[in-house]
Design a protein around this ligand. Sequence first.
Ligand SMILES: [Zn+2]
Length: 182
Amino acid sequence: MVTILDNLEAAAQSLSVSAGRGVGPADSPWGDRTMKKKAFKRPARARAKTLVRTGDPLLAPIKGADQRTVGGVRIDIVRAGNGRIKRLVYPPGFRWSSHMKPLVGTTLCMHAHVGLLARGHIRGEYADGCVFEFVAPRAVVVEPGHDAWVVGDQGAVLIQFDAEDETARHFGLPEEHRHLHA
Ligand SMILES: [Zn+2]
């Protein structure tokens, strides 16, 4: 006895067979080539234009940012509420104690750094001998009271969030790195 269910199953099977043929590369009317053209050609043109205009987005100018160079470090700053978003571009060979210390006047860098190392390799040391090392891409948390330097011949790009002098307190970090080990 042929039921409605049997008929439905047969119909479903024939549908899936023809659907299978339809998306196949062999003889489909909306075949592979048309799809590739649509998905491929337009984005490629757009990307080429963007590259010419902005270059490397990690180094390109940031809309609305104040830019300055301090101790060879290029710093872009954008205000964000009561804090700031900063991009710091450190050249190869940079070392805080050699290039920044003379300008700042403290023995160690007394800023907290919270952000993302987007490019490069940095290493550093606290007064008590504790060391840190980050290779991009890496979240960065550095407490006040450190020296730091770029490792290797590639520059480093750090995207940092700060609250100026309130950064350590804002992120719940100590005012100065200290270990009670000893
Ligand atoms: Zn320590």
